[in-house]
Design a protein around this ligand. Structure first.
Ligand code: F0G
Length: 351
């Protein structure tokens, strides 16, 4: 009874907090698991979307951030710092407000979506832009947190991963068991690491009968795990996953190998096609990076690698409103009509 309490209260006994830890929360988690009708038809499977854009700051990062900021506050930190392609910084900025902390963010100049920049600004974060990519930002953030009194809240902070694993718990709790396949976009590779940990934990405790195969998809221009080498100058329209040297690289490979899964790439064209399909045919508006999971599923299905009849969950990681440029680009301009029902009806094809 009552509203969803946020992931720490809902899963307290499975998270690294004590009985007395006071959660810093915006009631994150408890996000919708939406049956995907068109994707199910296309694949012959039962496909669901875990809609993480429904979190308080519009992305899955809130699950990790409630843990990171809660623990930082408990340990007496007055300031936090992160490197980000945009969503982590938006989330850190909001949770720092709740905790009464200073938040500093390092972002790649000109490569973060406007909505995410707006979030960090309006929550009062101190923003530094770097003439470099996310990987350079993370190097600098680590250096600062090593030398100065500021807590690092990137996913290299292990409690972030712990918080993010709760999405896997929710899926099993909602479906009654683990899916056969779980599909995710991969950038810094924290989230695939977190889901795998969550699924393994539930299977080990007998709450799920099995673990899913983990399928991760990188953007072709930013696919270091697929290539097997660091990408020095990563590029993709999906700025959230524009990362050339993922911090959780080895964990992502472990998730792939232990689960019998795969990590593959999708082109920007495939990402944008999935982005449009999700919005126009499933009614779910996500940001481009989020569509990499669905693009990957469709690519695998087209290649005949998806056996029908399976239960599949695709995580869509962030809200479409964060990066609306792609929704507007190339779309027809709305027409202007007089205040006249007959004229408007004609334009709508009703008359
Ligand atoms: N999708 C979105 C919308 C993201 O913002 C990110 C990562 C990912 C997918 C990839 O997740 O890094 O755990 O593999 N965004 C980070 C950020 C890097 O700074 O907001 P991952």
């Amino acid at each position: 009874n009552g509203q969803w309490r946020g992931i720490i209260e809902e899963y307290r006994d499975r998270l690294p907090v004590s009985d007395t830890t006071e959660a810093v929360t915006l009631r994150e988690g408890g996000t919708p698991l939406v049956p995907a009708q068109v994707l199910s038809e296309r694949t012959g499977c039962e496909v669901h979307l875990k809609v993480e854009g429904a979190n308080p700051t519009g992305s899955f990062k809130d699950r990790g951030m409630t843990m990171a900021i809660t623990r930082a506050k408990e340990e007496g930190a007055k300031a936090v710092i992160c490197a980000s392609t945009g969503n982590t910084s938006a989330s850190a900025a909001a949770y720092a407000v709740r905790a009464g902390m200073v938040c500093a963010v390092l972002v790649p100049q000109g490569k973060i979506a406007l909505g995410k920049m707006g979030q960090a600004l309006v929550h009062g974060a101190k923003i530094l832009q770097i003439d470099g990519n996310f990987d350079d930002c993370l190097t600098l953030a680590r250096g600062l947190s090593d030398k100065y009194p500021v807590a690092l809240v990137n996913s290299v902070n292990p409690v972030r991963i712990e918080g993010q694993k709760t999405a896997a718990f929710e899926i099993v709790d909602m479906l009654g068991d683990a899916p056969d396949i779980h599909v995710l976009p991969v950038g810094n590779a924290g989230n695939i690491t977190a889901y795998w940990r969550g699924y393994r934990e539930y299977a080990a405790d007998g709450i799920a009968s099995h673990t899913p195969r983990m399928w991760g998809f990188q953007a072709s221009g930013s696919a270091p795990i697929v290539r097997g080498e660091v990408v020095k100058d990563p590029h993709t329209v999906a700025t959230a996953i524009r990362i050339g040297n993922p911090a959780s690289w080895a964990f992502a490979e472990q998730a792939r190998d232990e689960s019998g899964g795969l990590i593959d790439e999708v082109t920007d064209r495939q990402i944008l096609a999935a982005y449009r399909l999700l919005a126009a045919q499933e009614g779910v508006f996500v940001e481009p990076a989020s569509a990499a999971s669905v693009a990957g599923l469709l690519k695998a299905a087209d290649e005949g690698r998806v056996d029908p009849g399976q239960r599949i969950v695709c995580t869509v990681t962030g809200n479409g409103l964060k990066d609306p440029d792609w929704a507007v680009a190339g779309a027809p301009q709305p027409v202007t009509v007089p205040i006249d029902a007959d004229a408007a009806a004609q334009r709508l094809g009703l008359a």
